[in-house]
Design a protein around this ligand. Structure first.
Ligand code: MN
Length: 321
């Protein structure tokens, strides 16, 4: 079966049907159980209200504190674009990995020291770099490195989309997850790859996403994942709130020989594709729309949970007993 055949089959199999519709209804019920609506947390109070401070930006008594990070490294133009997009809205602190940490996922450095350095960004502003992962950068901030907390964490603008299954690899999304673990609202923003990325559209999107999160708040465990299509600012077709789609990876194992004749392996191949199912982040981006996807840290498989309860969990007899 060729790659084309496989993609065509996957597309056929992905056609929405009633089973899928039922599954979605089930998910909606679960969502009701699991989380509260985004807005209005302050009135309800209690542990579910993550940000009692969520309110219109004009009503903040001081400017919100915003932490900006990424996984492409402190020298990335996407990081600078995100910082510049948000600095009109709050007090921005930039701390990012000193090298490209793409696809490190949620890696946390525990077995060696971390070094933090002051850096000057291309616009002359002060930033900090850390010789670790995006999660390390966010951890430093929430463990008191700057002497204060934050109202929002923004990660990106990543060079390349983070759609569907990508978020399990993504250092960008993991940085936002680390913020959510620390009870701080967060979003990740990624620019679909193209030869000469123009981050101006993504920067405007970041401003809108940040304003919405600051004004409405997020509940515990929630974050927002944003993907911007590779189109010029006058070609995009609006914003769509989506669910995670399904990536189709086309990785190939490339075997070569090092100068000493010893084989080594490299994960290569063309960039990933995906299943263009309506309602998903992948479908939105291929149709020139900005995909805004809510993410929850509760990865519990609800349907599997029900099935597991029906399995036989008896242990084998103790051979020493
Ligand atoms: Mn990256």
């Amino acid at each position: 079966m060729t790659d084309e055949d496989r993609a065509a089959r996957d597309l056929r199999e992905s056609t929405p049907d009633m089973t899928r519709e039922r599954a979605r209804t089930e998910r909606r019920d679960v969502d009701k159980e699991r989380g509260e609506p985004l807005a209005g947390g302050a009135e309800r109070g209690g542990p579910r209200a993550l940000r009692s401070s969520a309110r219109p930006l004009g009503e903040w008594s001081s400017r919100p504190r915003i932490l900006v990070t990424n996984d492409d490294g402190v020298e990335s133009r996407g990081l600078l674009a995100l910082k510049q997009a948000l600095e009109g809205m709050g007090e921005v602190t930039v701390v990012a990995p000193d090298t490209n940490q793409s696809a490190v996922g949620h890696q946390k450095t525990l077995m060696r020291p971390l070094r933090v350095r002051e850096r000057i960004l291309a616009d002359g502003s002060l930033a900090y770099s850390v010789d670790g992962s995006p999660t390390d950068a966010v951890s430093l901030a929430f463990l008191g490195h700057f002497g204060h907390g934050f109202d929002l964490v923004a990660a990106g603008i990543n060079y390349g989309a983070n759609l569907g299954d990508d978020i399990t690899y993504s250092g960008t999304v993991s940085a936002a997850m680390e913020a959510a673990i620390n009870s701080c609202p967060a979003f990740a923003i990624s620019q679909e790859y193209y030869a000469h990325p123009d981050f101006s559209l993504a920067g405007r999107v970041a401003t809108t996403v940040a304003r919405n999160i600051l004004e409405h708040g997020l509940s515990p465990g929630e974050l927002v994942n944003v993907n911007v299509p590779a189109v010029s600012p006058d070609e995009f077709d609006g914003v769509e709130v989506t669910r995670l789609g399904k990536r189709v990876y086309q990785d190939e194992l490339v075997e070569r020989q090092d100068p000493r004749g010893i084989p080594y392996f490299w994960i290569g191949g063309p960039p990933p594709s995906g299943l263009a199912v309506p309602g998903t982040d992948f479908h939105a981006v291929v149709n020139r729309r900005i995909a805004v996807t809510p993410i929850h840290l509760d990865l519990t498989g609800r349907r599997l949970l029900k099935r597991l309860k029906t399995w036989d969990w008896t242990l084998p007899d103790d051979p020493d007993g």
